[in-house]
Design a protein around this ligand. Structure first.
Ligand SMILES: C[C@H](O)[C@H](O)[C@H]1CNC2=NC(N)=NC(=O)C2=N1
Length: 101
């Protein structure tokens, strides 16, 4: 998968298909709200599994009942690449089963 930086325009266009995700500076971000702290912790572990599978890792923050992700590609100078969008796509698919909004 390409680790070439994507333009701001292209990134914003691709995020239209990823509800709740946003471009903040050179990172894509998303905060999920969960029905409980334990559900948030479980989603965090699931995301960690996905990140290990992809070998692509976000800054992942567990709150009381929230999980926040912030990610860009270090190997591309801290810019957004297809790898970040792939991670966002996988997490977007996994989150609803945890009761995430
Ligand atoms: C050596 C290892 O494959 C690399 O450091 C991987 C690990 N996880 C990563 N995560 C992110 N967000 N960007 C990277 O460039 C990256 N590279």
């Amino acid at each position: 998968m390409s680790a070439e930086p994507l333009s701001k325009t292209e990134t914003e266009h691709r995020l239209e298909s990823l509800p709740g995700w946003a471009l903040e500076g050179d990172r894509i971000t998303r905060t999920y709200r969960l029905p409980s702290h334990f559900a948030a912790a479980a989603l965090t572990v699931h995301i960690a599994q996905i990140q290990e599978e992809l070998n692509h890792h976000s800054d992942l923050t567990l709150g009381y009942n929230t999980v926040a992700l912030s990610v860009h590609t270090h190997d591309a100078g801290g810019k957004v690449t297809e790898k970040d969008l792939e991670l966002a796509t996988r997490v977007t698919a996994a989150a609803p089963a945890h009761g995430a909004e």
